[in-house]
Design a protein. Sequence first.
Length: 238
Amino acid sequence: MGKGQRKKHVQLALPTLDKNGQFRGGKRTNAGRKRAPGTKPRVAHIARPAVHTSIPQHVTVRMRPDAAGLRSFTIAPVLRRAFAAGCDKGRFRICQFSIQGNHIHLVVEAHDREALSRGMQGWSIRVARGLNRARGRSGKVFGDRYHANALRTSSQVRAALCYVLQNARKHGLALDRRWHGVDPFSSAWWFDGWREDRWRDGVGPPQERTVASARTWLLREGWRRRGLIDVRERPAAR
């Protein structure tokens, strides 16, 4: 050690004994706060994987219990405005969606990880402000970070589209006969990959467009090689 240099001290961990004479403290298997029974695991706070401009993403966002109850025709206009304003931001696009009671599924395109993060942040803020204003509440409405899953193959894209658009069928929800088998709380009207379009007879179009046109080959054309989607098709488990 050179003259004038101070010796660096290293603090050692001091394990302690509990009332049973066992060591406690430090890293342990299964340590940490436990999840409440019946709740889903939270999205891990780790660096998100890279996002590629040609790879669509299946994104899921969950609501807080006190902000759920989204499948309501009084709340639908609030969400419609958020989708219309936030679905196409150039480098970020929401191409399909479905709204369930306590969560929302999206199929999106983003140029990179930053574009996905910023696009989701802007859309989430619109949803939160709209819901709080409509319900006379304040505070957070989302219960966790969004979860994104890359769709790298045509089979994965088709499965995700069916899973998102037909998610109400997966949950066993009754669909009003007025909508001829499609979910009114989804982007079904704007989807052009249905096996047949007779369900549109007598069903008026939405007031404004709520999704952006797909630009990636996989989401625009590639998935169709695996077959179009029937309005009565039930999605497989993800």
